[in-house]
Design a protein around this ligand. Sequence first.
Ligand SMILES: [Zn+2]
Length: 308
Amino acid sequence: MHLRDRGKCGVVKKVYIFPPPLLNSYVENLCADFRAMGYDAHTGTYRRVPRGFRSDTVVVSWFENAMFKRGRPTVYGVFASLLKLLFLHARFRRVVLVRHNIVPHGASVRWKWLVDFFYKFCDEKVAHNYHEDYRPIPHPRYRADAGDCSCDGGVVPLARPGEIAIFGRIVAYKRYEAWFDVLPEDRDILVFGEAPDKTYLEQLQTVARSRRGIRIVDNQPCDRCAAAAITSCGTVFVANDNERALVSGSLIFSLELPVTILVPAGKSLGLYGHITPSDTAEGLGMAATHPVEALEQQATNAWRDVLQ
Ligand SMILES: [Zn+2]
């Protein structure tokens, strides 16, 4: 089989996925999904693109992140991104950009125009939710039960039934402290995740001490242990950064688990379902989500269209 034969019957099409697996398992999961669909999928870096990919498709996530440093675009970043785009178009037949955020986390939304500009130069724009003229495709499923535990599992024995779990990176832009007042007072709260900003972590711990029943664990367990901890709690609160993000990784992760998902009232779940009012607290809603199998099928159909 030769790459140039692509398009003839029975020939496996190649798909390259950038960037390589980072902090979460998104890239690995997308790659596994493409393989399950019959594509010859690979992950990699800009520096290590094997020869022969000229006739194939590249799917790039978080393209805009490299343009920004500490929340602001840099001249070097913008210039390098321009070169990257030219490189992608030179090396691949189709360039697909996946928009995860309106602007990178920590950046002001006034830079949306700059990110929008770069996304004009691709063959297909994808978002994992409804967004402008992007093709909406459900997010790859997390496989929390796949593989062995790869962490010390520190948070798992801590989780108690009846607690509300809040998980994910503990970072200032998520403003967890604002949600402590909205969540029902009679419920304990377990916050866990990696806290790269120790100043914010200390601030949050100070706020937590002023209210009974909030525990903050600076620990990022593996997906399997995170799932076990959230499932023990039975309820999870997902506070999406709707101003900047198009979909919350915490929501996608929680869809897989037999738990009640609380969300801020008045927001939208978009592709993933709808929000019903919660009788427990004002300002809170409950997520009525579509079955994960249906979302997965929808994603498969849409990706087949994109990876034509
Ligand atoms: Zn683990």
